[in-house]
Design a protein around this ligand. Structure first.
Ligand SMILES: Cc1ncc(COP(=O)(O)O)c(C=O)c1O
Length: 499
């Protein structure tokens, strides 16, 4: 049994003296620096099976009973992660929409964790709360959105969109949804079929239900069909339903398509609907001097979601919700329990979103925004777009490749053996299968990493460049790899599939 002395002069198994902290920190930073240097020469992924990763971890062992040497623990953790991870910081990682993370963001996260402010309330995080407010304003400035908007950082695009969705629900339902619940009312939400799956989760957890979503068709450029949208709104009103929200995409997840945002804004004004823009991926392209014209409509939105862990190159996690009228955020989230007395004269972030205790996500973004400055971000984002266009422009040099779409920094294409460029349904099914197998083989190879899209029913390979480490040489290396791997695979698969 520990005696009283042990709490008089407390020695905690988790505390660390400053000397040890310095030494361990220096060693770890040294290893991380080496790891970052080594990225281009590593495979993008080791392509291991879950069983071999679990084996490397010794996944089944029980919780250790006794304390362990922190130096060894940190070294072991670094070994595990450096040898058994997929590296989205690799110059040839172009999958999904995940960026290379800025090194200053990693240092920022370390600093944030060391000070550990709780950015739920101003009193608990005076400087951190103000840094978050300033960072939100800077992001709004980049987008051309009103700088006096309300906003906060959340974990990512899904959460940022949920926050805006819930603000829209409370603002437009016409009764106090938060208190009275959904009460069977038929609120309706409109978005293109290309909209990310967050909208399903939002409709689900907000109580609207996924049947509330009206999935509107798209044109050849994958943008929402305005005529079909208007017809659906009118039909719903005629049926006694209540349209509340239109979602526009500023860079759709599959192809980077930008919906006609100015026209969507006008439609929302006409029908008194909340206009939300999902700019999780492409919203930040609004900072470019030659930004696509449709992005100007983002400025008219009632709310916007953008993801600093995409095109601001922040380490995961960082999403950002912006709402034009800050009161609408408070209306959607604030409660004032008796056990909180944080004062009202300063910003208390627990009032503006679903979280109570909150980490200091803003710091890594605040640091990176200043390290690169607006000019630096314009250069990085526009280089990503130029590289994706350069890739698209090179596709016709390869007779086995079919170029499909190009928008923002997303390029899609597929492998089509020259003698199968036209064919029946069986050929079409074979090409889908071939490209799926090709994708898997490319991903497992560790040489490059891309993901997929389905374009007009065709399974496509998809490259999304949100990666300040990618250069033209990386992009130029991709297509010969795709063609050679496709040729091998076609030779092996075709006799079984198309004989
Ligand atoms: C357009 C769009 N919206 C929302 C999301 C969801 O973002 P997150 O994965 O950060 O939650 C994504 C993710 O790729 C996206 O591309």
């Amino acid at each position: 049994m520990p005696n009283e002395e042990s709490i008089e002069k407390r020695i905690s198994p988790l505390d660390m003296g400053s000397r040890e902290f310095r030494e361990l920190g220096a060693q770890l930073i040294d290893r991380i620096a080496g790891f970052l240097d080594s990225l281009p020469s590593r495979p993008v992924t080791p392509g291991e099976s879950p069983a071999s990763v679990r084996e490397a971890l010794d996944a089944g062992r029980s919780l250790p009973q006794h304390s362990a040497d922190p130096a060894q623990l940190l070294n072991h953790a670094a070994d595990l992660l450096f040898e058994h991870s997929l590296f989205n910081g690799h110059p040839r990682f172009w999958g999904y929409i995940t960026s290379s993370a800025a090194p200053i963001g990693a240092l920022g996260d370390l600093l944030a964790a060391a000070v550990n402010p709780n950015v739920g309330a101003w009193l608990l995080s005076p400087m951190a709360s103000e840094i978050e407010a300033q960072t939100i304003r800077w992001i709004a400035e980049m987008l051309g959105y009103p700088a006096d908007c309300g906003g906060l950082f959340v974990s990512g695009g899904n959460m940022a969109n949920f926050v805006c969705f819930l603000a829209a629900r409370q603002a437009k339902a016409g009764w106090d949804v938060r208190k009275e619940g959904m009460a069977g009312a038929r609120l309706r939400v409109y978005c293109s079929k290309e909209t990310h799956t967050w909208v399903q989760k939002a409709a689900d957890i907000s109580g609207l239900g996924t049947d509330a979503i009206r999935w509107i068709g798209v044109d050849d450029a994958m943008r929402v069909d305005l005529t079909a949208l208007r017809e659906q709104i009118l039909a719903d009103i005629a049926a006694g339903d209540k349209p509340v929200l239109v979602v526009g995409n500023a860079g759709s997840v599959s192809t980077g398509a930008i919906d006609p945002l100015p026209q969507l804004a006008a439609l929302c004004r006409e029908f008194n609907l909340w206009f939300h823009v999902d700019g999780a991926y492409g919203g930040l392209a609004a900072v470019l001097p030659d930004a696509p014209q449709a992005l100007t409509g983002l400025r008219e939105a009632d709310s916007v979601a953008v993801d600093p862990h995409k095109w601001l190159y922040a380490p995961l996690e960082a999403g950002c919700a912006l709402v034009r009228d800050p009161e609408k955020l408070r209306d959607a989230f604030a409660y004032h329990p008796v056990y909180y007395h944080f004062g009202v004269e300063a910003i208390n972030y627990f009032d503006l979103g679903p979280q109570n205790s909150r980490g200091f996500r803003a710091l890594k973004i605040w640091l990176a925004l200043q390290q690169a400055g607006r000019d630096g971000y314009v250069r990085m984002i526009s280089d990503d777009v130029r590289l994706a266009r350069a890739l698209f422009a090179r596709i016709p040099q390869y007779p086995e490749l079919e170029a499909l779409t190009q928008s923002l920094s997303i390029t899609t294409f597929r492998y089509v053996p020259a003698d199968l460029s036209s064919g029946d349904e069986k050929v079409a099914a074979y090409l889908d299968k071939l490209n799926l197998e090709l994708l898997t083989r490319l991903q497992n190879s560790g040489r490059v990493y891309l993901s997929n899209a389905v374009i007009q029913g065709k399974f496509a390979l998809r490259v999304c460049i949100v990666n300040f480490r990618t250069s033209l040489a990386d992009v130029e290396a991709l297509l010969p790899i795709v063609v050679a791997t496709g040729n091998e695979l076609d030779a092996a698969l075709r006799p079984q599939e198309l004989s």
